[in-house]
Design a protein around this ligand. Structure first.
Ligand code: ZN
Length: 415
């Protein structure tokens, strides 16, 4: 039987540069390449190839995903001049491997990234706003600007950017020499000293960048700004480009359609209708609160009628399951504002039982905080408070009556 030998590192891991072909042709989605090195690490395999079209994470653009010999590529990163592909399995073949890029993901990033260049350029050219932050992920695209302008001006930028899209302006990748570079009006400083790569959009933008971009602005389809916030003295702009904009429109259209069906008013009146309903709801809630207060007032009268007189002190005991604990507290507060009164209230729902002991300020006898824990044992609860008012809760709901009775007996003895 042939013995399988597991190699830790195969093929020389010596110094070499991965040919970064994604810089030359970002539209290539399938290619053949040879493995230069494999390093197993934490149950995955870090693989370098002689050349790659896989974009490694960097410059604000996330890494590509895809497949090498049908094995999933989960992440791609750059280390020195090498591009490293993280694979779930070790490929058996070492030469002429079939590599495929997840094109839907890549094209989405190309649309969003190129859209960012164009939007940042127009903010700069029209209103001298610099882009100081950029974030691109599968579900977010945002830039931060270093100063503020009004809504009208922002709308103007959005309209102009979309006009540039309709004009289908060429997007070029240039590698200028120093003399050529000087003539370019770069939107931002390059982050590298040599082999500076400049992305040129017509005469609108010259921006040093290592990412992947579209061939022309027409492929952007549309740019829509979806949110603007004030941020660190500037503006935070969330926007969508291309297919993302289409999905966003679809999502919002669905919401509007549902709202139209629910409210039975035309689109342009939906917003006012929703505001009106919200206002109406607020008024109804206020009415309910008022009525509830009235109901509780009747309840206090009824409780007072039932009070037991023990040596001149009115003792009221009751257990509630039909009103929330907040209301029980409210009842206790209202009742103990009167003189010579003690309340022993139990309350429970499905999961929790609560005991509330309270007395009027003129009563010297009985310290509620000292006596609360013994009755609470029945419901396996603990609690606390002060001389006048103590409360606690526990989980043994069915024993709440016993808690109330125990508290009543202790209090009766102390009066
Ligand atoms: Zn770029």
């Amino acid at each position: 039987m042939k013995k399988k030998v597991k190699m830790k590192i195969i093929i020389n891991k010596g110094d070499f540069m991965t040919a970064k072909l994604y810089e030359k042709d970002p539209y290539k989605t399938e290619f053949k390449a040879d493995i230069k090195s494999i390093e197993p690490k934490d149950n995955v395999f870090h693989v370098t190839l002689d050349k790659t079209y896989f974009y490694p994470e960097g410059g604000g653009q996330p890494a590509d995903k895809g497949w090498i010999e049908g094995i999933e590529v989960n992440y791609v990163y750059k280390e020195n001049e090498k591009v490293i592909h993280v694979l779930k399995k070790e490929p058996e073949k070492k030469k002429e491997l079939t590599c495929k890029i997840d094109w839907a993901r890549r094209f989405d990033f190309m649309q969003q990234h190129t859209g960012q260049h164009l939007l940042s350029a127009v903010f700069k050219n029209q209103f001298n706003l610099n882009t100081v932050g950029f974030n691109l992920s599968v579900d977010s695209l945002r830039i931060d600007l270093d100063n503020q302008i009004g809504k009208k001006e922002i709308n103007k930028v959005e309209e102009l950017v979309n006009d540039y899209i309709y004009k289908d302006i060429k997007v070029e990748t240039l590698y200028p020499n120093d003399d050529q570079l000087e003539k370019f009006n770069l939107r931002k400083e390059p982050t590298v000293d040599e082999n500076i790569r400049v992305i040129k959009i017509g005469e609108i933008d010259f921006s040093p960048c290592g990412g992947t971009h579209l061939n022309s602005t027409g492929e952007l389809g549309i740019i829509k700004i979806i949110n603007v916030d004030n941020y660190k003295g500037g503006l935070r702009i969330d926007f969508v480009c291309g297919k993302r904009a289409l999905r966003d429109f679809g999502f919002k259209n669905e919401i509007i359609t549902e709202l139209r069906n629910i409210t039975s008013v035309p689109d342009e009146e939906i917003l006012n209708e929703v505001k009106r309903i919200k206002e109406e709801l607020k008024e109804s809630e206020e009415t309910i609160t008022e009525l509830n207060k009235k109901l509780l007032n009747y309840k206090t009268d009824e409780l007072l009628d039932r009070a037991e007189n023990i040596k001149g002190i009115k003792v009221i005991k009751d257990t509630f399951s039909d009103i929330p604990y907040n209301d029980v507290q409210w009842l206790s507060d209202i009742l103990t504002k009167k003189d010579d009164l003690i309340c022993i209230f139990g309350q429970h729902d499905q999961a929790t039982a609560r005991l509330l002991l309270s007395k009027s300020e003129n009563i010297k006898e009985v310290n509620m905080n000292e006596i609360i824990n013994e009755p609470l044992e029945h419901i396996e609860g603990r609690g606390g408070g002060n001389r006048f008012k103590a409360q606690g809760g526990g989980s043994k709901v069915k024993n709440i009556e016993q808690s109330v009775e125990t508290a009543y007996n202790i209090i009766k003895d102390k009066i």
